[in-house]
Design a protein around this ligand. Structure first.
Ligand code: ATP
Ligand code: MG
Length: 398
């Protein structure tokens, strides 16, 4: 979708939806992002019709509807292959710190009032009229992240908002954060224990992978948020240097920079995906990858670890160095990425061809030859390795 409001309003798929649900309005992130000309990822709409009416109306028009969150009044319409999330206007009747019991309403303001931040609580109808009940546009333009209503109450209703606050502060905040809001956040920290671990990492990874990640991490550290979430010793300075020397906005790399905890401990605590634990593990296992590392050592690392892991380790190593960024580090990473991945140019069948019967002895010979190849910096060619196989075979006790 385009990033300007007029373009968005004439979007053909959205028009098809509006033909059927003329009262629906864009809501939340899409309105916020369009107002400041940012690209819009997913499109959410709110509408006064109850979910079953939304479902039937769209289905009758031949539009595919998936009841993605029907209990909370959300269905997803798929038009021209694109998803549109449509949620019936609702108000929260009761909250338990994370989940709300909801009731449908036709009151737009009540729906806006249950949303988290003023700039996430705006609607825009099909004519382009923006409905902004809480001064969201002004806050957005000022770079101010403000809860709708009283921060203590809003955080008590749903502790996830505490993490969402930092996500949006990193992304849109330009003013100094409001001290009363920060005090409420600090008071709400114990509530984080009620969140599911998956939600914690899904938010934290967006904060770490988002803009101003090290500032957000420093602030969360000061308020006690990170103590509640992360194991290990925190290395805020390393995160700051890693980010400022240009490391990619990679949440796993930044998590590895921010704490000394092992991959397994982090994996368990944040219930990370297997491949995230593997990546952290490589960061912890690899020796420091620095520009002083000789070419033989670099190739040895590349023979055992994926180039991306070696590069990631170099970012962390650079983050350990205090001082002005040195271009040698980027040259090091360029070298690593340009280097063909070294692979032992012989295999088990070559050992068998040299007269060793298939079995454990083949592996043992291959291991000897591999060790010799690595000791030489992983440069010996196939011919040399075949000679080494013959030598290893001859040296074996018969
Ligand atoms: P993004 O661009 O990151 O998707 P978004 O504002 O669209 O940002 P979503 O998580 O997609 O964020 O949520 C959509 C909208 O739902 C928000 O703009 C907000 O109005 C509301 N919302 C989401 N989560 C909460 C919450 N925990 N408490 C209150 N309102 C929420
Ligand atoms: Mg969204």
């Amino acid at each position: 979708m385009t990033s300007d409001l007029t373009g968005a309003l004439s979007d053909p798929s959205l028009r098809k939806l509006w033909d059927r649900l003329p009262r629906a309005r864009l809501v939340g992130g899409v309105v916020r992002d369009l107002l400041i000309g940012r690209d819009v990822a997913d499109i959410d709409l709110a509408t006064p019709e109850p979910p079953d009416v939304v479902q039937h109306t769209l289905a009758d028009a031949g539009i595919k509807v998936v009841p993605t969150g029907i209990g909370h009044g959300t269905v997803t319409a798929v038009i021209d292959g694109r998803p549109f999330e449509i949620t019936t206007l609702r108000r929260d009747v009761e909250t338990d710190g994370r989940h709300a019991t909801v009731a449908w309403t036709s009151d737009w303001r009540a729906d806006a009032a249950r949303r988290d931040f003023t700039f996430n609580a705006m609607f825009c109808d099909r004519e382009g009229v923006v409905f902004d009940y809480f001064g969201g546009r002004e806050d957005l333009l000022a770079g101010r992240v403000r809860f709708v209503g009283d921060p203590d109450q809003r955080l008590a209703e749903d502790a996830l908002r505490l993490l969402r606050y930092f996500r949006f502060l990193g992304r849109f905040g330009r003013e100094e954060p409001d001290l009363l809001t920060l005090a409420a956040i600090k008071r709400a920290v114990p509530r984080l224990a009620r969140l599911s671990v998956e939600r914690v990492w899904s938010e934290l990874s967006r904060i770490l992978g988002g803009p101003r990640a090290s500032e957000m991490s420093a602030l969360m550290g000061r308020l006690g948020v990170l103590d509640a979430l992360l194991p290990g010793e925190r290395t805020q300075g390393r995160l700051e240097r890693t980010v400022s020397c240009g490391a990619p906005a990679d949440p796993v790399l930044r998590l590895g920079a921010l704490t000394t905890a092992s991959a397994d401990v982090l994996g368990q605590r944040l219930r990370l995906a297997r491949r995230e634990v593997d990546r952290l593990n490589a960061l912890r296992t690899l020796p420091p990858v620095t520009p002083t590392l000789g070419c033989d050592d670099r190739r040895r690392l590349l023979a055992s670890f994926p180039p991306a892991a070696v590069v990631a380790r170099s970012w962390l190593a650079q983050g350990d160095v205090v001082g002005a960024p040195d271009p040698e580090w980027d040259r090091l990473r360029g070298w690593i990425l340009d280097c063909p991945v070294p692979m032992l140019p012989v295999a088990g069948r070559d050992v068998v061809a040299a007269g060793v019967a298939a079995g454990p002895a083949v592996g043992a010979v291959l291991q000897d030859v591999g060790a010799r190849w690595r000791a030489g910096g992983c440069v010996a060619d196939r011919r040399t390795c075949l000679v080494w196989i013959r030598e290893a075979v001859a040296a074996r006790p018969s």
